[in-house]
Design a protein around this ligand. Structure first.
Ligand code: PHE
Length: 347
């Protein structure tokens, strides 16, 4: 064997040591390894090409040696490649899972909705269903069927938003209009509440707005008495404001109820001792109520000889302002998240 050929064989065995010891600890190293040894311009290719300088007698032995080296290099490459791939799946993706994420901002319920939902829940538990009526109402449902005489001040242009050129259409001034719609549609027994938005042509100030929210209640059946009304409202007041709450009914007047009353509850801020919220009286007024006037029943196609019932209506904004001691009703519609975000954990 000539020294040149011996040299080639030596190179192959040195290369074998290099292939076995080449440091590979990640995918980048592995790619470098591939290019250096088994790529199309790699060292193993060069050694194979050198076969042309080997005499015929040695060609076979030389070819086998280089091919054995090639196989070693390819096997090492395959093994490492597989190893890195399986490591990757168990290690997870190539980013830091422990980094804090982008916070998702979760909104909160509007305080008016918190209070409305609580009122609805209380009445649902004693068998009331929820109904709704239109905000744009006609004269019949908002006034006439409810016994408002034609010259009643509530019908005045100053109190009510009428649609220009059509005095029959107005924005409803109270949710009592839904009483009429429900009684026209449904036969007693009726036990329902009507939450919704109402509108009045008021000068906007800290205490009043041109729109606000009410929940109306209506109960019509045989032999419904004022005692039923009082007990229902007492139950409501205790559920809403706490078991210590006392109630007081003061005589009042509404065209569509007879007799009529206002309901006061012991101040739920001071418990009746006197504070700025109740103006040191110990009581706060929260709703109007009364026995549905027989004329209203008749207007809605219900026989007042057979049926009687009661109705009540409360302002959600007013109760919300009392409960949270909100000093300005305009905050309710300003959509300021600094205000709205404060009511998250209320209930
Ligand atoms: N609709 C009346 C108001 O807006 C409240 C009310 C409702 C009174 C039902 C009696 C019965 O002031």
């Amino acid at each position: 064997m000539t020294t040149e050929v011996q040299n080639l064989f030596d190179q192959v065995s040195q290369m074998q040591a290099q292939v076995e010891q080449y440091p590979v600890s990640n995918n980048d190293d592995l790619e470098r390894f591939r290019i250096e040894f088994i790529g199309t311009k790699g060292k193993v290719k060069d050694l194979l090409a050198a076969i042309k300088d080997v005499p015929n007698t040695e060609k076979k032995a030389y070819g086998q040696t280089v091919n054995a080296l090639k196989q070693v290099a390819e096997e090492r490459y395959a093994t490492l490649k597989e190893q890195f791939e399986s490591n990757q799946t168990t290690k997870g993706p190539d980013f830091d899972l422990t980094m804090p994420g982008d916070a998702v901002r979760i909104g909160s319920r509007h305080p008016l909705n918190l209070v409305r939902n609580q009122i609805i829940e209380i009445f649902k538990r004693i068998g009331y269903v929820v109904a709704e009526g239109p905000e744009v109402e006609d004269d019949w449902h908002n006034f006439t069927a409810l016994n408002f005489p034609p010259d009643h001040p509530a019908r005045d242009m100053q109190d009510t938003f009428f649609v220009q050129k059509n005095p029959d259409i107005a924005l409803r001034t109270h949710t009592s209009s839904v009483q009429v719609r429900v009684m026209e549609r449904q036969k007693p027994p009726i036990r329902a509440i009507f939450p919704g938005r109402v509108f009045r042509n008021e000068t906007i100030s800290a205490r009043s707005h041109c729109y606000f929210h009410q929940v109306e209640g209506l109960y019509i059946d045989k032999n419904v008495s004022f005692a039923d009304l009082k007990q229902t409202l007492y139950h409501f007041a205790q559920e809403m404001f706490g078991p210590e709450t006392k109630i007081k009914l003061r005589p009042s007047y509404f065209p569509f109820t007879e007799p009529s009353a206002e309901l006061d509850v012991t101040c739920f801020i001071c418990g009746g001792e006197g504070c700025p919220v109740c103006k040191y009286s110990g009581w706060v007024e929260i709703l109007g109520c009364g026995m549905v006037d027989p004329a209203v029943l008749a207007n809605c196609g219900i026989d007042p000889e057979e049926y009687s019932g009661f109705a009540f209506g409360m302002g959600i904004d007013r109760i919300t302002m009392l409960r949270y001691q909100i000093k300005d009703i305009r905050l309710m519609s300003e959509n300021d998240v600094r205000f709205l975000g404060q009511f998250k954990a209320a209930f």
